[in-house]
Design a protein around this ligand. Sequence first.
Ligand code: NAI
Length: 329
Amino acid sequence: MKIVFFDTKKYDQESFEKIMNSYPEITIEFLDTDLSTHTVSLARGADAVCAFVSSDVSAPVIEALAGEGVKCILMRCAGYNNVDLDMAKKCGMTVLRVPAYSPEAVAEHAMALALAVNRHIHKGYIKVRENNFSLIGLTGVNFHGKTAGIIGTGKIGIAMAEICKGFGMKVIAYDKYPNPSLQGVEYLSLQEVLGQSDLISLHCPLTDETYHMIKKDTIALMKDQVVLVNTSRGALIKTDDLIQGIRDRKFFGVGLDVYEEEVDNVFENREDDILETSVTARLLSFPNVIVTSHQGFLTEEALEAIAHTTLQNAMDYHEGNPRKENLVL
Ligand code: NAI
């Protein structure tokens, strides 16, 4: 079975090459280039393409892939909101993903963002490097004894809830489908969670329903001086409204691993580019905002798990027996 990898980064190639010996039936061609209508021809003759969270897996790309004879899309990530499922279905494409690789990796990053922005680690680091040992402007708040609000109590939300409990926080949560077996977490309505939390962390998927769930009127429900963290998907938050909320001094801090404009930026070194719009630059201009570039998943354990599940998905597809839990389509 031949797989063409698009948008390959050094760490992708290393993690897959490490385990390739266990999958002798599979050959992989690693390509740096992004998947697009201009590059699909590079997949000619392949059984499957492997794409990531920021790849363009839109209708025209899928149609063109089908034209090249590709029959399977292996997403080496959990989210698949960038895949046009209608077109994939129309083209008879199988779409597989890695639903869970290390929920703890993402949850730990969410807490890292919350802590960094709360305790001004980003400012402290720079100050000390400049021999500025003053503490002015670095006061944080204790998380201990405060309330954490988790939106979406799936795999990552549960891991985040456990971390928050470990910090001595009260944990409340909103989920469209509450998990009755989840201990030590009180389920409330979205409005109540937003209104009672000192730390809000978003862990639900991006769907039509959750698109812009954090916007002017939901921000208005939040406590003043709340810490907001998003490691889920950028479009859960309406960025213009978030920026207005930051200007209105609503937030103690905001930590974003994902943001609406990230698609052209994610995993690219754009230090010599003039960016197309100023929304990201505006976000970065605030002293109480930390943005990372969709790196929540990036731990050695997660990369290894992603590689294993992706290649197992490929083998299962090849043998006509894809695992139900990994099958998107
Ligand atoms: P999951 O599928 O285990 O959990 C999602 C939870 O959201 C479920 O409990 C579900 O009931 C809930 N949900 C669905 N619709 C909802 C709604 N309308 N309102 C409230 N809750 C709703 O997913 P998992 O593995 O916990 O991942 C969560 C998200 O994290 C993914 O969808 C993905 O967008 C993001 N992610 C980010 C990564 C990063 O590197 N920053 C890496 C992996 C995932």
